[in-house]
Design a protein around this ligand. Sequence first.
Ligand code: PMP
Length: 293
Amino acid sequence: MAEQWIYLNGDYVTKENAKVSVYDHGFLYGDGIFEGIRIYNGNIFKCKEHLDRLYDSARSIMLDIPLSYEDMQAALVETIRRNGLRDGYIRLIVSRGPGNLGLDPKRCPSAWVVIIVEQLAIYPEEAYRSGLVSVSVSQRRNIPDALNPKIKSLNYLNNILVKIQANLAGVGEAIMLNAQGYVAEGSSDNIFIIKQGVVYTPPCYIGALEGITRAAIMELCARLGYKLKEEPFTLHDVYVADEVFFTGTAAEVIAVREVDGRMIGKGEAGPITTHLLEEFRKIVDVDGVKVFA
Ligand code: PMP
């Protein structure tokens, strides 16, 4: 198998040599930010949107990214080239960097940048037709006043607690509510429901990441003429929806066929979800930054 190259603070190192300090504040405190990005047929899908979100997250938490926006994009392109991967997943991490054991970020003189590129397929193709079984979990979403979900931080314990509950229930993705009981999102995906031809997704202020796949689906809805409403909804609305789907960089657009024992629609991917997935797949290798000519 070809060697895997990882970008680490300006160097390209092998997987075995890609090591970070135990004093790194990303490791000690989850102090840092990240992006998950897809590459489809040599195209970094929505590259600008991911970099915009990364640099906005950095600004919000007063983290100085040691690379300019242009140099960061060049580093992404070069990491993909070196790995010779036309299709895969990119994990871009910027941590506060090594400091001392105290949590004070002032003790961390320079942020660390890591770029990992790998192959990815989280669901078999069949799951996109049959849909996932999902459950709601008791774990609530962090309140936005405490940690704004617009910041894609390394602090993922809230989401991991949801994933643990999903694992216990034997499902791939679960539904998390916010503190008021409104549907927020999955452990690492945004959620949409469809009722009588109208597509609904919760507004991010109630406690959801501003997902890039979510935004892409909202754009597609506008282009394809589906009415879209960004408004809070409850689990009841999910149970009685005609269609439910999750969106995420890794998951793409994945239908849900059952929630908490209630069958959704006909118990398979519904027509609008299927249409949106088809249209989404048409843009993934077009909309973005081309790595290979
Ligand atoms: N919500 C959370 C909590 C996430 O971590 C992610 C990213 N996997 C998403 C939603 C989906 O966002 P995106 O479409 O930008 O991947």
